[in-house]
Design a protein around this ligand. Structure first.
Ligand SMILES: Cc1cc2nc3c(=O)[nH]c(=O)nc-3n(C[C@H](O)[C@H](O)[C@H](O)COP(=O)(O)OP(=O)(O)OC[C@H]3O[C@@H](n4cnc5c(N)ncnc54)[C@H](O)[C@@H]3O)c2cc1C
Length: 299
C-alpha cells in the first residue's frame, strides 16, 4: 500500500494537518510519498519520500498537473488530502483528471472500508473502493496526528505555469465578538434552543458558570448570534475544560471543532443524538426546563 499525502501551504507555512495525513498513513501501514506544493521552508519529518514543488500555494491547474505527474511516476494506491477548503477544491479535480473514485470526509477506516458520516452523523456510510487509485479527503481532526520522526529523501520540483484561476491572497476576518479558543468553559447552543430569545436561558447559565457562549452553525445562520460564537470546522476549534452542548445534535462539522474538550456534557431531548458519542455525560431533557433549573441550582 502506497499513499501520496498532499500537504497544504498557507501563508508560506505547511499546515500542521499534514501530521494527520501521516497519522492516517501510519494506521494503514502505508509507504508514504509526501507532496508539498508552494514556497515554504517547513520540512515535515517522516520516513519516506518528500517532493517539494516550488511555486504558488494554490493554482488549481498547476497543482493538479503536478499530482498527475507524480501519480504516473509513483503509482500510489491512495492520494490523500485533508477535507479543508484546499482539499475539497483540489480532490474532485484530481478525481476527474485521473479517472479515479473519490471518497470525501473519511472519518474512520477498517480493513480497507472507509467510513463517512451521513444524515448529520446519524448514520455511517461504509465504502470499499474497487482496486486501483482512490482519492480521499479526511475529516479534519478524525485521525490522530503522527509523532514526526525520520527524515524523508527530498526531491525538488517546480510547479508548471499554466493558465487558469490562481490564488490572489488571503483576507483575515475582522476580529469581533468572543475569542472562544481561549475559553476554559463553554456553554454552547444549537438549533434545539428554538428561537433567538431563548438564548438568554443559556446566557444566564454561562454567566453563573463563568463560561463563554458558543453555538452551532444553524444558530449563526439564523442570525440569532454573532458568527464569532460558532464552533466547528467552519467556526472556531475549541478545547475547554468544560463544553456543555445544549440542543446540539453532534454533526461531524460541529464535533470537529469541540471533541477535544476535556469534559463534554450534552443536553438533548433525543437520547440517540450522535453528540452522545463524544459526551461523558448525556442529559436527556428539554432545554426549556433544564437550563433554568440548572442555573437556579448553581446559583
Ligand atoms: C461545509 C459545512 C461546514 C459546516 N460547518 C459547521 C460548523 O463549523 N459548526 C457547526 O455547528 N455546524 C457546521 N455545519 C452544519 C452541520 O452539518 C449541522 O447542520 C449543524 O452542526 C447542526 O446544528 P445543530 O446540532 O444545532 O442542529 P440540529 O442538527 O438540527 O440538532 C438540533 C438538536 O437539538 C435537539 N433538540 C431540539 N429541541 C430540543 C429541546 N427543546 N431540548 C433539548 N434538545 C432539543 C434535537 O434533538 C437535535 O439533536 C457545516 C456544514 C457543512 C456542510
Amino acid at each position: 500500500m502506497k499513499a501520496m499525502l498532499i500537504g497544504e501551504v498557507v501563508g508560506a507555512k505547511l499546515n500542521p494537518s499534514f501530521a494527520e495525513l501521516l497519522g492516517f498513513a501510519g494506521r494503514l501501514g502505508a509507504e508514504v510519498v509526501g507532496l508539498v506544493m508552494g514556497d515554504t521552508s517547513d520540512r515535515p519529518s517522516f520516513a519516506g519520500k518528500l517532493v517539494l514543488a516550488a511555486g504558488p500555494e494554490y493554482a488549481p491547474q498547476a497543482h493538479k498537473a503536478m499530482v498527475q505527474e507524480l501519480v504516473a511516476a509513483e503509482k500510489p494506491d491512495l492520494v490523500v488530502l485533508v477535507h479543508s477548503a484546499y482539499g475539497w477544491d483540489l480532490a474532485p479535480r484530481l478525481a476527474v483528471a485521473l479517472s479515479a473514485p473519490q471518497i470525501s470526509e473519511v472519518k474512520e477506516v477498517t480493513d480497507g472500508v472507509y467510513q463517512v458520516g451521513v444524515c448529520n452523523g446519524k448514520l455511517v456510510r461504509q465504502l470499499a473502493p474497487n482496486p486501483g487509485l482512490t482519492i480521499l479527503t479526511l475529516q479534519a481532526g478524525a485521525f490522530a496526528p503522527a509523532q514526526e520522526s525520520g527524515s524523508p529523501t527530498v526531491e525538488n520540483k517546480t510547479l508548471p505555469s499554466l493558465p487558469g484561476p490562481g490564488l490572489v491572497g488571503y483576507k483575515s476576518k475582522p476580529k469581533t465578538g468572543v475569542d472562544l479558543s481561549k475559553a476554559e468553559r463553554i456553554v454552547s447552543v444549537g438549533r434545539g434552543i428554538g428561537k433567538k430569545e431563548n438564548i438568554e436561558l443559556a446566557r444566564k447559565l454561562a454567566a453563573v458558570l463563568k463560561a463563554e457562549l458558543g453555538s452551532s452553525r444553524p444558530v449563526v445562520d439564523a442570525g440569532w448570534i454573532d458568527p464569532s460564537h460558532q464552533v466547528g470546522s467552519t467556526g472556531t476549534t475549541v478545547a475547554p475544560k468544560l463544553y456543555l452542548a445544549c440542543g446540539i445534535s453532534g454533526a461531524v462539522q460541529h464535533l470537529a471543532g469541540m471533541k477535544k474538550s476535556e469534559l463534554i456534557i450534552a443536553v438533548n431531548k433525543d437520547k440517540e443524538a450522535p453528540i452522545g458519542e463524544v459526551a461523558r455525560y448525556f442529559v436527556v431533557a428539554d432545554l426549556m426546563e433544564f437550563l433554568p433549573a440548572l442555573t437556579e441550582a448553581l446559583q
